[in-house]
Ligand binder design. Structure first.
Ligand code: DX5
Ligand code: ZN
Length: 217
């Protein structure tokens, strides 16, 4: 099995002990830390913003993978870059000028990410695939942790893998939402490179062991 990336979502962590939680991730086999930002407009929930991202960055020894579930991300990406983001994903559905957003991210020296909702076709990314370092395929409707994985995701992963391979691009595929030990292997076999897991990691008895299990499927 090829090496894949595990990106636990800090959204499911204990925010009263954020330093301890980040230090646990530092000590674990996690590769990245997934940071879910929600604005209450693009998605029907509010999570946290720039100061919390900065606080996570203060303690993190691993790259921050920032998932912006927000309207008008162009107004905030620079602030998130300064707050420590290494990868920033904007939503396809929030970006009528996606090519411009990708250029802006490149100019900021951050890895470029595009997240797509479950109803959005991967075919829509064809013309910009060379500009994208990471596609975040949503396997739940964004807005909440702990939702049920949408089974149609496997086919989307395969279709996106074909687009990337046919284009000769090096874009990584990330699957986000409802990932557990039960679907991890199938997702990797379908062509995923990065698995995000929130509640499955943080609700487990031993999050470090759970991360290790996901890393070694
Ligand atoms: C959903 C977020 C996900 C979520 C993952 O809006 O983008 O990253 O936190 O959480 P689980 O793994 O609990 O579905
Ligand atoms: Zn996310």
């Amino acid at each position: 099995m090829k090496t894949h990336v595990i990106a636990p979502s800090i959204l499911a962590a204990d925010f009263g002990n954020i330093q301890r939680e980040v230090e646990m991730l530092n000590a674990s086999e996690a590769d990245w830390i997934h940071v879910d930002v929600m604005d209450g407009v693009f998605v029907p929930n509010i999570s946290f913003g720039i100061p919390v991202c900065k606080a996570i960055h203060t303690h993190a020894k691993k790259p921050l993978d920032v998932h912006l579930m927000i309207e008008k991300p162009e107004n905030y990406v620079e602030a998130f870059r300064k707050a420590g983001a290494d990868i920033i994903s904007v939503h396809y559905e929030a970006c009528p000028h996606l090519h411009r957003n990708l250029q802006q991210l490149k100019d900021l020296g951050v890895q470029t990410g595009v997240a797509i909702n479950p109803h959005t076709s991967v075919n829509l990314l064809r013309d910009v695939i060379h500009q994208i370092d990471l596609v975040c395929l949503m396997s739940v409707n964004p807005g909440f942790g702990g939702q049920t994985f949408i089974e149609g995701t496997y086919e989307k992963v395969q279709a996106l893998r074909n687009i990337i391979n046919n284009a000769g691009a090096s874009t990584k595929i990330e699957v986000d939402g409802g990932v557990t030990i039960d679907n991890a292997k199938s997702l990797l076999e379908a062509g995923a490179d990065v698995l995000v897991a929130g509640s499955f990691v943080f609700s487990s008895e031993n999050p470090m062991d759970t991360i290790s299990n996901l890393k070694n499927v």
